[in-house]
Design a protein around this ligand. Structure first.
Ligand code: PGA
Length: 252
């Protein structure tokens, strides 16, 4: 049985003061009781990882884990500005997002680089959250499954059965930050297509891997999305910035 996992992605938001008050509210809310058998995490900007790790320890280590939003594809060396997976591990990260569509769009990240990043994350004992998803044009021309299959097949080629230790986040680009959420059935159909594709490679991997949905998840649509058989949770952008909304989605 795959656990439901809700992961916040703050993107480039936060400050020392607002982070402290977010953790206070969310951890206090979680202490009131959370549904059993679920996992929760928040991926914060790199400069805040140490602060947020301390805040989690101060408040409520049992409920919430920490994650990062990107990582270097290299393990160590002359890569100015890059952050190694071993460094994220030292800062208590459990999850690392790789291949978010904003990284693919603004930093030209390729599927091959995304897979190399996922390997770095796995080699350092953390869980990569591998993002895939189609653009509006690709969906409007009926190519969404083909596009996502292409992204997944590159991950399968490099990661092989280590994919069982990864999470996949299906995030249709047209739904990210736009308020245009994919309908629960639309999301379920793509999650099912991804699971079938993984089963062509290995049934065991397909049944183990958690597939999260991301793209304008809000408290009022999370229940319906999370009820779908192939949706194992969510990657939450904008709504994760508001402690009450994030808590409501965690409880959905
Ligand atoms: P959103 O972002 O929830 O603001 O649409 C999701 C994401 O980009 O991970």
């Amino acid at each position: 049985m795959r656990p439901l996992i809700v992961i916040g992605n703050w993107k480039m938001n936060g400050s020392l003061a607002s982070n402290a008050s977010w953790f206070k509210s969310v951890c206090r809310g979680m202490e009131q009781g959370m549904p059993a058998g679920r996992k929760y995490a928040v991926c914060v900007p790199t400069p805040y990882l140490a602060q947020c790790s301390q805040l989690i320890q101060d408040h409520s280590p049992a409920f919430l884990s920490l994650g990062a939003q990107d990582v270097s594809a290299f393990s160590v060396g002359a890569y100015t500005g890059e952050v190694a997976a071993s460094m994220l591990r030292e800062l208590d990260c459990t999850y690392v997002i790789v291949g978010h569509s904003e990284r693919r769009q603004y930093h030209r990240e390729t599927d091959e680089q995304v897979a190399e990043k996922a390997l770095q994350v796995l080699d350092n004992g953390m869980t990569p959250v591998i993002c895939v998803g189609e653009s509006a044009d690709e969906r409007n021309s009926g190519r969404e499954v083909e596009v996502v299959r292409g992204q997944i097949s590159k991950q399968v080629a490099v990661l092989q059965d280590r994919l069982a230790d990864c999470l996949i986040a299906y995030e249709p680009i047209w739904a990210i930050g736009t308020g245009k959420v994919a309908s629960a059935q639309m999301a379920q159909d793509m999650h099912h297509a991804i699971r079938l594709q993984l089963a062509e490679f290995d049934e065991d991997v397909a049944s183990h891997v958690g597939i999260l949905y991301g793209g304008s998840v809000k408290p009022d649509n999370a229940v319906e999305l999370f009820a779908m058989p192939d949706i194992d949770g969510g990657l939450i952008g904008g709504a994760s910035l508001n402690p009450q909304d994030f808590l409501a989605i965690c409880q959905a």
